[in-house]
Design a protein around this ligand. Structure first.
Ligand SMILES: [Zn+2]
Length: 465
């Protein structure tokens, strides 16, 4: 497409708005004098009897239950006949508009970002409002009208006139100020996205990688963007060499280096997204200069998630039940397989196996007594809250991966390895376009490598005692 046609199409799509193509319009309004942001959702008319505004309580990969509804207020519904209805909370994470036989076309609500950051102690879980900075995690502020999450979305963001806007949806060094708009295929892409607004956001583009790679950072201390980019470049190149391809069209490393809000607040956990990662760190963890010995396992791991599970996953991960933290049986695969390939292969750290082994040997009894699937179900809501659960999940998954790897290498005279397991899972998802069932995993793996792995599989399903 040439540039003028492209601009014309952009103009048409921006001016025709929602409705014509069945899309839903979202508007995020931010002003400098408020701790809250406003979200407006406009849609084709729906009955006020049944309309419900769902607020997420989790996101894929958080393995955590977070009550984002607690930061939502002033929920209003607007009808075709110009009535304004108050949104009412009900039993779950949603609002109803208790009015008979009206046609609802718009809802609006406020999200208290300051309160969110104050009340949620894990830095990874919240959006942030700091000096000349608004950092938005999609699922922490955007809700959706029930049954509309598959519709295309037009998103408009409005902020202070001189505030630049960056998004992981369309990363670029050039940023618009004041307002910007985006088109997305569905709600899950909006929930997965991050938006970094404000004059204190630093952006750099990393050269020497196969796809556009960006660092977007907000820091309350001095940092070295080039060094973050260097670590990202090594990580992405290592993963690209391992897998043989890069599925992401672009990638952004979002970093925050924050003065802790309190002694109870904790920082250091990162989150993976389709084409980005977010790391919320304490200022004491600042990346301030070149360090050839820097540990980059966390970056490799979170970038690695852009392959698995973001593009190959078990039931529960996608499609996602936003209003709860759904039970997921395959967290050990999502985490353990990614830990294994990140450290054992990409970083060539063979000693990591003894760390995994020590972790499961020293596990508390309540963890040892659980089967692989039971531990994953437990981890669905408390992976990082009780990190005994989290690290035993990834350690068991990684040791299963290692046992599979040894068996496959031996039976195929080194022609196949665990890499073919990962590629087999990715190819299966691309072909079938759905989540795999638990009972399908062993045969997907066996088929991918031409080795019957069912004995090794069965062995690892059992409790540790
Ligand atoms: Zn992970």
């Amino acid at each position: 497409m040439n540039k003028i046609t492209h601009l014309l199409l952009l103009f048409i799509s921006a001016t025709s708005g929602f409705g014509q193509d069945n899309s839903v319009k979202y508007i995020l309004n931010h002003t400098l004098d408020s701790d809250k942001i406003e979200i407006i959702i406009e849609f084709d008319g729906m009955s006020s009897n049944t309309a419900s505004l769902v607020i997420p309580r989790s996101g894929p990969g958080t393995y955590d239950l977070t009550n984002y509804l607690a930061f939502v207020s002033d929920v209003k519904g607007f009808t075709e006949s110009n009535k304004i209805l108050d949104g009412q909370t009900s039993m779950g994470s949603y609002f109803l508009f208790n009015e008979k036989d009206e046609v609802l076309t718009r809802v609006s609500y406020q999200v208290d970002v300051k309160k969110m950051e104050t009340d949620l102690l894990g830095g990874f879980a919240s959006s942030k409002l700091r000096e000349n900075y608004l950092g938005i995690l999609g699922y922490s502020v955007f809700g959706f009208m029930a049954d509309q999450q598959e519709k295309p979305i037009v998103l408009e963001i409005n902020t202070a006139d001189d505030w630049p806007i960056f998004s992981t949806l369309r990363p670029a060094l050039e940023r618009k100020t004041g307002s910007d708009s985006y088109r997305l295929d569905n709600f899950s892409l909006l929930a997965d996205a991050q938006f970094l607004l404000g004059s204190n956001v630093q952006i750099s583009r990393v050269e020497g990688v196969k796809i556009p790679l960006f660092v977007a950072a907000y820091a309350e201390t001095s940092i070295d963007l080039e060094e973050i980019g260097r670590r990202g470049q090594i990580s992405l190149t290592g993963l690209a060499d391992f897998f043989g391809y890069v599925p992401m069209p672009h990638y952004t490393m979002c970093y925050e280096f924050l003065e802790p809000l309190s002694d109870q607040h904790f920082y250091g956990f990162s989150m993976e997204h389709l084409n980005s990662m977010t790391a919320s760190l304490n200022v004491s963890q600042a990346i301030a200069g070149y360090d050839p010995k820097a540990r980059i396992g966390g970056i490799v791991h979170h970038m690695g998630h852009s392959w698995v599970p973001l593009r190959s996953y078990g039931v529960g991960y996608r499609p996602f039940e936003w209003q709860t933290a759904p039970l997921i049986e395959t967290i050990w695969l999502n985490e353990g397989f990614t830990w294994y390939i990140s450290y054992y292969y990409v970083l060539d750290n063979k000693d990591i196996i003894s760390f995994f082994q020590r972790t499961i040997d020293n596990a508390p009894e309540y963890i040892k007594r659980k089967s692989l699937k039971e531990l994953s179900l437990l981890g669905s809501t408390q992976y990082s809250l009780d990190f005994n659960i989290g690290r035993n999940l990834f350690s068991r998954g990684a040791l299963l991966a290692h046992d599979l790897d040894k068996q496959i290498l031996e039976k195929t005279d080194g022609k196949k390895s665990f890499k073919d397991v990962m590629l087999g899972l990715l190819k299966w998802t691309e072909k079938n376009q759905r989540a795999f069932e638990y009972d399908e995993i062993a045969s997907i793996i066996s088929d991918a490598v031409g080795v019957d792995i069912s004995d090794t599989w069965s062995q690892w399903q059992k409790p540790m005692r």
